[in-house]
Write a protein that binds this ligand. Structure first.
Ligand code: BES
Ligand code: ZN
Ligand code: ZN
Length: 482
């Protein structure tokens, strides 16, 4: 889909359809909306869609009134949803060239960027393996604004870069595990990195063994698929001062059977998305390479498959992590924290001063927060606030949960420094407490995206399946760093 900025008066914009946001409490009569409001045919309620053919004096063949809700509640996040829902609706009607009208009050870069993001994200379908040849495609999306216009063309480009990176993440997440092994993730990362001129390195099992990554290798040993540890670097033209080096660590379990502590069959097919954290980091680096923040950023993606093979680790096994700590593996299904323990240690070793990890880590975070909020944990308030600010600006909902030292009790092991699971309660917290032992004193935020990385049902503005959550927040975090 091509995205552009169109500075012509809205009436002159040529398109198959012009999307016109309409508010509940403004009832703007332009483009023929007046009569429809009066007849009660449109109300302006959020995401209400009304398609009109041939509005008088409008060059576009159709006008799609898109409910925007109350004026003072309408922010860029609402714009993103509105554009997504409108594009999905028009696409279903085979409309190929679409424009969205920004009124004077909203002709700002933030709204323009969000509109383009919404359109590109809404257009995405996880249909790569559907062989039908009648797939519908949108060819062009234009943000139209006659007034203002300052910085809107740049904002359209920024929105395109972010949304394409998010769709790239979603594409990786949706790949089934037979088509995306750890080595395949590494290949995809390498390709992306070479396209955007980022250095990318992939450690193999022997290199990981030499580094002492016993926790990661313990998980991987049950699978015939070799592990891969991906490192992608971004360096700004000028070194940042004071010296900051952001590390992005993403869980890359290409399939999680649970291992010997095997999962129930029901729903296990979804465990292909257990690499969504890693995919977010690869997508974030794709956008970062183009948007060029002022600070160095390095992504670390440990990739393994968690299988119950004859060489698989057993409950009761004790492994030594790269940091030197020993871990009793009580449950082989708590594998994400094991691979992240070594990845966090490696990121610290390579000089990262600040860390964020994203992982589909626990079912417990879904119990706590449902599918609406990412669970956020931090070992430092300033770092927590930075990430929460970035998330808010990107319309990605995240909620801070506690990470008090008292919870460490739950991870006591009789035979090793710590166990890889706590008891029955507070599962998202004990997982985070486990990771904290490996982030040590580096300012760090952990994002548990188990409940938010996959949509079980389509939304009006997003297809069912991979959401790509957390990627935009991470890019914003790097861009806004000062
Ligand atoms: N990948 C799962 C977590 C998960 C669950 C992701 C549901 C997405 C949806 C993780 O590796 C896991 O299995 N966690 C266990 C931990 C438990 C054994 C302490 C869990 O949440 O059940
Ligand atoms: Zn698991
Ligand atoms: Zn897992």
């Amino acid at each position: 889909m091509q995205s552009t900025f169109d500075a012509r008066p809205l009436e002159q914009v040529e398109a198959g359809a012009l999307i016109v946001p309409v508010f509940e409490d403004k009832k703007d009569p332009r483009f023929g909306a007046g009569d429809l409001f009066e007849a009660g045919e449109i109300t302006g309620k959020p995401l209400e869609l009304t398609l009109l053919h041939g509005a008088p004096g409008v060059a576009a063949r159709r006008v799609l009134f898109a409910g925007a809700g109350k004026v003072d509640k309408f922010d860029p996040a609402e714009m993103r949803k509105l554009a997504g829902a409108a594009v999905r609706h028009l696409k279903s009607k085979s409309v190929k060239r679409i424009a969205l009208a920004l009124d004077a009050d909203r002709a700002t870069p933030e709204y323009a960027c969000a509109a383009v993001e919404g359109a590109i994200l809404g257009d995405y379908e996880p249909d790569r393996y559907k062989t039908a040849d009648d797939k519908k495609t949108v060819e062009a999306f234009a943000v139209a604004a006659a007034a203002g216009g300052q910085g809107l063309a740049e904002a359209v480009t920024r929105g395109r870069i972010l949304a394409e990176a998010q769709n790239f993440t979603r594409g990786l997440v949706n790949e089934p595990a037979n088509r995306l092994t750890p080595l395949n993730v590494a290949e995809a990362a390498r390709q992306m990195a070479s396209e955007y001129h980022l250095p990318c390195e992939v450690l193999d099992g022997a290199q990981m063994a030499a580094l002492g990554m016993g926790a990661l290798l313990g998980v991987s040993q049950g699978s015939a698929e070799p592990p891969a540890f991906i490192v992608i670097r971004y360096q700004p033209a000028q070194a940042a001062s004071p010296a900051v080096h952001l590390g992005l660590v993403g869980k890359g379990v290409t399939f999680d059977t649970g291992g010997i502590s095997i999962k129930p069959a029901d729903g296990m097919e979804k465990m292909k998305y257990d690499m969504a954290g890693g995919a977010s980091m690869i997508g974030a680096m794709r956008a970062i390479a183009q948007l060029k923040p002022a600070i160095p950023v390095t992504a670390f993606i440990p990739c393994v498959e968690n299988m119950p093979g004859s060489r698989a680790q057993r409950p009761g096994d004790i492994v030594t992590a790269m940091s030197g700590k020993t871990i009793e593996v009580i449950n082989t299904d708590a594998e994400g924290r094991l691979i992240l323990a070594d990845a966090l240690a490696y990121a610290r070793k390579l000089g990262c001063t600040h860390l964020v990890d994203a992982a589909t880590l626990t079912g417990a975070v879904v119990v706590a927060l449902g599918h609406l909020n990412v669970g956020l944990f931090a070992n430092e308030d300033a770092m927590r606030d930075r990430v929460l600010r970035a998330a808010k600006a990107e319309g990605e909902r995240m909620w801070a949960l506690p990470l008090e030292d008292d919870y460490k009790e739950y991870l006591k092991s009789a035979f090793a420094d710590l166990a890889n699971v706590g008891g029955r309660w507070g599962g998202a917290i004990t997982a985070a407490i486990f990771l904290k032992e490996f982030a040590e004193d580096t300012p760090w935020v952990h994002l548990d995206i188990a409940g938010t990385a996959w949509l079980d049902d389509a939304k009006p503005y997003l297809a069912k399946g991979p959401s790509g959550v957390s990627m935009r927040t991470l890019v914003r975090l790097a861009m806004d760093w000062q």
